[in-house]
Design a protein around this ligand. Structure first.
Ligand SMILES: *Cc1c(COP(=O)(O)O)cnc(C)c1O
Length: 373
């Protein structure tokens, strides 16, 4: 049996006529930049997440860079974030000359350890950039409390966390991305809400920040050919928006199916002594964008699964403080031991709404077989 790590083709076949109508219908109507297709999808995201404003942009990375620019993450200022994440969470800080300041992660959730943030705050610190990774949100109660006491801006990297909700000690569940000053989503094809190419979004509840984001995505223009800022050219593509508008209709069902698959993995793998399964911590509703395990002999396991035609992925093999591009920050091995240790044993198993139970059983059996040898 062959199990792909990710495939969009099953979903396409299931909803072929809807996708075809969306894309071909757009082409028949002609070209439109930031037209109805984009605004319709922005409305859908607002409705689903409860964000007051949603600004469609070209990718999650662009969303992070523009939001960082607007929040003043630049010119020698410092922003606190985690070294255990995708590059874009920290490159967006460095892009305009601010300095990423790393804090180690929590062992059980992989999220930033909020109890270690305050000791890193200096007179130059302007923001905190938490990342809601894989299946759960960072402790937003603690992060928002620190931010308000030290007057820091909060940019939520919600690229992986569409649909996750945090309650904490609050009265209601709040969607990832809607708690800080800005939140960003990525609609990269593998993400929980994935397009068929690059796409992203900035969300906020602040009218002023929303207006700035709208200007920044079209070269900083307040109206056509009137440039108030030096911005970017980063629009959400209308064809991707049309596809996403189809997919967001089914998002609750897709999240439910991911949850079912994750629970099946947990049930089948829990007795395996060579594997650790991450815990969801804090009062929140998780979404399984990825299903990770911490595995003994990870690299050999990964080779064994590959030989058995099972796709896996390693998020992330090298923590950001040890990447060449951040060597100038002066970090060294041993600075963030939990992040470093996690990079050595983590491995993501296939999870998507269309994966079958038989395929999941096969993945689990193959993993157990590997450890019996
Ligand atoms: C996917 C991802 C991004 C970047 O999104 P793109 O749309 O690929 O540019 C940023 N941060 C995290 C944590 C991600 O997983």
């Amino acid at each position: 049996m062959k199990v792909k790590f990710f495939t969009p083709t099953r979903e396409y076949q299931e909803k072929k006529s809807e996708f075809d109508n969306a894309v071909l219908g757009f082409m028949e109507r002609g070209v439109s930049m930031l037209g109805k297709e984009v605004t319709d999808f922005e409305e859908s995201v607002k409705e689903f997440t409860g964000a007051k404003y949603a600004i469609g942009v070209a990718s999650g990375t662009d969303a992070l860079v523009m939001a960082s620019d607007i929040l003043g993450f630049k010119e020698g200022k410092e922003v606190i974030t985690s070294p255990f994440t995708f590059l874009a969470s920290a490159s967006c800080i460095a892009k305009n000359g601010a300095k990423p300041v790393f804090v180690d992660i929590e062992e059980e959730t992989f999220g930033i350890d909020a109890s270690k943030i305050e000791e890193k705050i200096t007179k130059d610190t302007v923001g905190i950039l938490p990342i809601h990774l894989f299946s759960q949100m960072s402790d937003m109660d603690k992060i928002m409390d620190i931010a308000s006491r030290h007057k820091l801006r909060v940019l939520e990297d919600s690229a992986e966390s569409f649909g996750m909700r945090w309650k904490g000690n609050g009265a209601d569940y709040k969607h990832a991305g809607t708690i800080g000053d800005f939140g960003v989503f990525s609609f990269f094809p593998t993400k929980t809400l994935g397009a068929y190419g690059d796409a992203g979004m900035i969300v906020t509840n602040d009218e002023n920040l929303a207006n700035l984001a709208k200007m920044y995505r079209v070269h900083g223009a307040s109206k056509k050919y009137h440039y108030d800022f030096i911005g970017y050219n980063s629009r959400l593509d209308a064809i991707q928006a049309s596809i996403l508008q189809v997919k967001i209709k089914y998002i609750k069902d897709a999240i439910k199916k991911r949850d079912h698959i994750a629970k099946l993995y947990m049930k089948r793998l829990q007795e395996c002594e060579f594997i650790k399964i991450p815990k969801i911590i804090g009062n929140q509703e998780s979404v399984y964008y990825a299903f990770n395990i911490l595995a003994d002999k990870r690299d050999e396991l990964s080779e064994y699964l590959k030989a058995n035609e099972i796709g896996t992925s390693i998020y992330y093999p090298i923590p950001l403080h040890l990447q060449k591009c951040f060597a100038y920050l002066g970090y060294k091995k041993g600075d963030f031991p939990i992040a470093e240790k996690t990079c050595e044993s983590i491995i993501a198993l296939p999870i998507y709404p269309e994966i079958t139970e038989e395929e999941v059983e096969f993945v689990c059996q193959t993993i157990k077989e590997f450890y019996k040898k």
